[in-house]
Design a protein around this ligand. Structure first.
Ligand SMILES: [Fe+2]
Length: 298
């Protein structure tokens, strides 16, 4: 292939990606295909600022209503294949340490029930997957996060699933182990499902056990509620922000697409983790486990 034909092919691919993305994302309001566009520059600057200040940024009406409805119907169609799991965990998602006083947050265990619609059963023509496997989107997310390069993920089950909470389900207070998460709301329940977060409640220098305990015991000071509606995109840095999704009640469900971006695209979930959260492990999970560069816990 000559340099000229390669350039033409790249250009063609980019145009195709832009066209497909334009069916899903409102590129008139958010021209993210052009990172130099003043509107995009301002949007990226706003996201960065909010992530720096409170670790959370939301872009309202990011997904077109008709695309969001297609995603919702897709998730609804796949609900019979939902894998539900239940676990008790502390805010750090670590093992309980019985040597610590029982007032320590490490000993504060809450029940989490939730489900995933795994990525490998989502049809390839899905709007959600088309948005995810799109270089324009990856570049934009990377720019907002101020992290580059980032990649879409190799884990066939967990790369871009739908997370689902139904009546009675609850995702309790916790910190994230990963650096950042991206989510898109697809359906909101009749009641509950509110995302709450206490930004910067801890830092590398200050573990702030007291402050964490206050929030765990119901103090709302310093706790924000996210305005979260179908079609909204959220970028979140949850290592220092204690956060939860309130119990879901009534009809409808909390359905959120979780497009996962990584700085290391090749590492996949450990087989045990995959079985526990996604219901199964695939050959790739075992193969990569055997070739892991380190032996760190997840
Ligand atoms: Fe989280």
């Amino acid at each position: 292939m000559t340099a000229m034909t390669r350039m033409n092919t790249d250009q063609q691919q980019y145009t195709q990606q832009q066209e497909r993305l334009g069916q899903i994302v409102d590129l008139e309001s958010y021209p993210i295909h052009d990172l130099e566009h003043p509107v995009t520059k301002e949007l990226i600057a706003r996201c960065k600022q909010q992530l720096d200040d409170v670790g959370c940024s939301v872009i309202a009406n990011f997904v077109r209503p008709e695309a969001q409805e297609r995603m919702r119907l897709e998730a609804r169609r796949l609900m019979p294949c939902l894998f539900r799991s239940e676990q008790k965990h502390n805010p750090y998602m670590t093992k309980e340490d019985e040597r610590l006083p029982d007032t320590h947050p490490n000993r504060y265990l809450q029940r989490r029930t939730a489900g995933f619609i795994n990525t490998d059963i989502i049809p390839p023509e899905s709007d959600m997957l088309a948005m995810y496997d799109n270089d324009i989107m990856t570049r934009f997310i990377g720019a907002c996060l101020g992290i580059w390069p980032i990649y879409t993920w190799a884990d066939p089950l967990a790369r871009c699933p739908y997370g689902v909470l139904e009546h009675g389900d609850y995702f309790p207070w916790h910190f994230d182990g990963n650096e950042f998460t991206v989510s898109v709301s697809v359906e909101q329940p009749e009641e509950g499902g509110t995302f709450e977060y206490a930004p910067n409640i801890r830092s590398v220098e200050n573990e702030n056990i007291e402050g964490i305990n206050r929030v765990l015991n119901g103090d709302k000071e310093g706790v924000y509620e996210l305005e979260w509606k179908p079609g909204y995109l959220q970028l979140f840095k949850g290592r220092y922000a204690l956060h939860r999704v309130q119990e879901v009640k009534g009809s409808g469900a909390w359905i959120t697409a979780l497009p996962t971006y990584m700085t290391d695209p090749d590492t996949v979930n450990r087989p045990e983790h995959s079985k526990q959260f996604y219901g199964r492990a695939l050959p790739i999970h075992f193969e990569r486990e055997a070739n892991r560069p380190d032996n760190l816990a997840d």
